[in-house]
Design a protein around this ligand. Structure first.
Ligand code: ADP
Length: 596
């Protein structure tokens, strides 16, 4: 109840606080979910990146390792040794052909032999004058220098003759202790790179200076990961490693270092809207080459996944909040219903109590009316009663006088007879006054077994003088076993009312006859009081039982008799109704339950 009566502004403020709290909790949970999902997705990316890096490293190692032995074998070949020892056209031809077949069989880009000054003497591509290495000097190339100094060399660079990039492996050719030349194999790494590009992944390989020379994306190639120092630029120009002067920086921006050595970076993405994109960059060093492989994972899916998790969390929380609110509202409704029920029950109880009180008052009033009705009947009967009592009184007086005479004469037998007569008369008067006393008695109704015949006898006795005077013929047919549930005095009162009404109705009739019957039926006993009077006018049919309805002259009737009789019969569980006889006159039917 507290909620429904609390003032509106207070409720609104409470609601606002609740909404704010919900928003804060949702925001916090979303943020948490976002961070968690982001970390999870990034961890998965990192794991994948590590695997890919391992795979790329071995693909590079395989591509190079396959040709490792070639310069070594060439350095021991007799024809090569002979050519370097004493060059001649014949020997050069022989070596050229030999290199050509070997190159074709091995699948390398080129095989060639240079003398100690760096001049190429024989090459697998001798037959193609435009591409052939023969006659070119390569003494400036690091792989040549490395072989001269340490016995072998390896180097990545763009071919100065062909313009094609390649990995060069070199080995020194010695005649005893003296260096006579260098054998070189050039390996094409483009196929490896093509495989990466086909996979749709972002891979780049940098040399020791941080210059990208292999990449899944062509636009990143021959660019510096970070701006190059001047000394490095100079050295590159000297070795003509990448056969170009400018190596523009890639524009990579370093972000924070993540778990497992991965780093967040951003790169400019060429496209319709030149913008930067965030990547997770992982590295793997290839120490034997001095290179580093870098793998870039796109962070967009991570963001999308994290956003999805945040949205899902928000939806979950809001759903939960909605469910809670719904549950709360339902509980509230149930509580209100319960309260309403309790209030209703209380009201019903109050009304019932009021009705009971009203009923008691009505009952009291009815008692009063019964009493009033009785008194009215008594008043009407008093004249007849006076007449009824006067007769035996006069007789008694006569008997007393004659008895006195007889006593003086000593006629004892006659005196005894007279006294018996007087006793009989006194008995009759006592009976009459007893009935009257009973009738006038005021008191609550009792429920008892009432013999119908006896109640009818008493009612007739009270009206005896009137019926006799008006020469009313009474036909009775009431079985002695007719016993109904009720109060003897009340039932008597009902009969007196009905008989008196009948007598009233027959006052002007030529034939005055009362037919009193009692028959058993399913509901108990049906008592009929039939007269040969005026009958009931149709207009009065529905008013008969109304209090104070009367057609009699003022002073003759109160209009209470039938209404009281109706109430009494109903109180005993019975009914009272009126009919007209087909041959004239009215019939009042009292239906009462049989007494057990
Ligand atoms: P009261 O007798 O004082 O008029 P009642 O309630 O006993 O009051 O009767 C109401 C009216 O019903 C009577 O005035 C009369 O018109 C009508 N009535 C009652 N009994 C009979 C009857 N047996 N025959 C015709 N009319 C009757």
């Amino acid at each position: 109840m507290a909620d429904t009566v609390s003032p509106r502004p207070l409720r609104r403020r409470r609601m606002a606080i609740l909404v704010a709290a919900l928003a804060a909790v949702t925001a916090l949970a979303c943020w948490g979910a976002y961070r968690w999902a982001e970390a999870e997705a990034r961890a998965a990316l990192t794991l994948n990146g590590d695997l890919r890096l391992g795979l790329y490293a071995s693909s590079i190692r395989n591509a190079v390792g396959r040709y490792d032995y070639l310069p070594f074998l060439l350095a021991r070949d007799h024809e090569v040794l002979d050519l370097l020892d004493a060059p001649s056209d014949l020997r050069r031809d022989a070596v050229n052909r030999r290199l050509e077949t070997a190159n074709a069989a091995a699948g390398s880009a080129a095989l060639y032999v240079v003398d100690r000054s760096g001049l190429a003497l024989a090459a697998s591509n001798w037959a193609d004058p435009a591409q052939s290495f023969i006659g070119h000097t390569y003494d400036f190339r690091p792989y040549f220098r490395q072989a001269v100094e340490t016995g072998s060399g390896r180097y990545f660079g763009i071919g100065v003759t062909t313009g094609l990039p390649g990995y060069f492996l070199s080995h020194a050719v010695r005649q005893g202790e003296t260096l006579t030349g260098v054998a070189v194999v050039k390996i094409d790494l483009e196929p490896v790179q093509r495989d990466w590009a086909a996979g749709g992944e972002r891979v780049l390989v940098t040399d020791e200076n941080g210059i990208v020379f292999l990449s899944s994306h062509a636009e990143w190639k021959y660019r510096a990961l970070r701006p190059l120092p001047g000394a490095v630029t100079d050295r590159l120009a000297q070795t003509r490693q990448y056969d170009r002067s400018d190596l523009p920086p890639l524009g990579l921006h370093d972000g924070p270092l993540m778990e497992n050595g991965a780093r967040l970076v951003s790169l400019p993405i060429s496209g319709p809207e030149a913008s930067r994109r965030a990547f997770l960059m992982q590295e793997l060093a290839l120490p034997e080459f001095g290179w580093t492989i870098r793998f870039l994972s796109d962070l967009e899916p991570v963001k999308a996944e994290a956003t999805g998790a945040a949205i899902l969390t928000a939806m979950g929380i809001l759903l939960l909040a909605a469910a809670t609110a719904l549950g709360w509202q339902r509980r509230q409704t149930l509580r209100l219903q319960r309260e309403a029920r309790v209030t209703l029950e209380r009201r019903v109880e109050e009304r019932t109590a009021e009705l009971l009180t009203a009923n008691r008052i009505l009952r009291d009033a009815q008692e009063e009316l019964v009493q009033a009705g009785k008194l009215a009947a008594l008043g009407q009967m008093s004249a007849a009663l006076a007449h009824e009592i006067n007769q035996p009184l006069a007789a008694i007086r006569t008997f007393v006088a004659s008895t006195r005479l007889l006593a003086e004469r000593g006629e004892t037998a006659m005196v005894r007879d007279n006294l018996a007569m007087i006793g009989d008369l006194a008995e009759r008067m006592a009976l009459l006054s007893g009935h009257l006393k009973e009738f006038a008695r005021k008191g609550p109704a009792r429920v008892e077994a009432v013999p119908v015949a006896r109640a009818m006898d008493r009612a007739l006795a009270l009206l005896a003088s009137r019926l006799r005077e008006e020469e009313v013929q009474v036909d009775r047919s009431i079985p002695p076993d007719a016993r109904v549930r009720g109060d003897a005095v009340r039932l008597e009162q009902v009969f007196v009312n009905l008989l008196r009404n009948a007598a009233d109705a027959m006052e002007g009739s030529g034939d005055r006859r009362l037919t009193l019957t009692a028959t058993r039926n399913a509901e108990g006993w049906e008592i009929r009081i039939r007269d040969t009077g005026t009958g009931i006018a149709e207009a009065h049919q529905f008013q008969l039982f109304d209090p104070f309805f009367t057609t009699k002259e003022v002073g003759q009737g109160l209009g209470l008799g039938l209404s009281l009789s109706y109430g009494i019969v109903r109180d005993f569980g019975g009914t009272l109704r009126a009919e007209n006889n087909p041959e004239g006159g009215a019939c009042f039917v009292v239906q009462l339950p049989e007494a057990q």
